[in-house]
Design a protein around this ligand. Structure first.
Ligand SMILES: Nc1ncnc2c1ncn2[C@@H]1O[C@H](COP(=O)(O)OP(=O)(O)O)[C@@H](O)[C@H]1O
Ligand SMILES: [Mg+2]
Length: 240
């Protein structure tokens, strides 16, 4: 369970998040919807420790993780598949995946069955198995996206952050990404999902929050938001 309370975040002196509160209950998929520049990626970065919040609090499974380094937050059980993928271009696919399991290999986090989990990631993404020795930088955009998701899963996370997993992908791969998100949901993985395809995100999510200019303008169960006239007009039109 992830709980964000009154989070403020800034780049230098420019505040981007003006006090947002979001709850991601265990086993649920929660989506954050908003236009470009609303602050979705900043929210994800503040949660995973890539930037330090100005104020507010973030807790994971009841433990306060506010202001911790990203490596400690990963050890606490939070994995982040970042916008733009950020795979290690000069390392093979398998090494990228094992780096996701690093806290488990160094006993920062319970080890469990790392090899078994690697096998499960390869089952989920057969393309990655075919290319397991290939350098990540030479993968296609879609394959790099699968790798970023696979690497995050290798933490065996309590909470998974997915920031625009379908960005830049061909339509067929976009549906594949959503198929995988539902599959992960079926496995009971707790997720916070940011997606440009808001309608598809609301279809897979249990609950949604709308972020406008760094503030939550409304939130509710996903089927309720899907039918909200204002949300429909702003985010679920033909262009989305
Ligand atoms: N590294 C950065 N330095 C300064 N400003 C940034 C940086 N990243 C994002 N911003 C600004 O923060 C705001 C929110 O951006 P972002 O969180 O990326 O939005 P979203 O993911 O919703 O599109 C935007 O105004 C953006 O220009
Ligand atoms: Mg973004």
């Amino acid at each position: 369970m992830l709980q964000i309370e009154n989070l403020h975040a800034a780049y230098g002196k420019v505040e981007v998040l003006h006090g947002i509160s979001v709850a991601v209950p265990k086993g649920k998929v929660v989506t954050l919807i908003g236009s470009n520049g609303a602050g979705k990626t900043t929210t994800m970065r503040a949660i995973s420790g890539m930037i330090k919040p100005v104020s507010g609090s973030i807790s994971l499974n009841g433990k306060d993780i506010t202001g911790m380094t990203s490596s400690r937050i990963a050890r606490a059980g939070l994995a982040h598949s970042p916008e733009g993928r950020r795979v290690f271009a000069t390392l093979p696919v398998t090494d990228n995946l094992l780096l996701g399991a690093f806290p488990r290999l160094t006993y920062g986090r319970e080890r469990g069955d790392v090899q078994g989990d690697l096998e499960r990631v390869f089952e989920l993404f057969p393309r990655l198995r075919e290319r397991k020795s290939q350098l990540a930088g030479t993968l296609s955009g879609g394959e790099q996206q699968m790798l970023a998701m696979g690497r995050a899963l290798m933490l065996n996370p309590d909470v998974l952050l997915l920031d625009e997993p379908s960005m830049g992908l061909a339509p067929l791969l976009v549906s594949e990404v959503f198929r995988i998100v539902s599959e992960l949901k079926g496995r009971g993985i707790t997720m916070l999902l940011v997606e440009q395809f808001a309608a598809a995100a609301l279809n897979v999510a249990d609950y949604g929050y709308v972020l406008e200019n760094g503030r939550i303008s409304c939130h509710g169960p996903a089927d309720q938001l899907k039918n909200d006239p204002a949300v429909k007009a702003a985010y679920l039109g033909a262009a989305h």
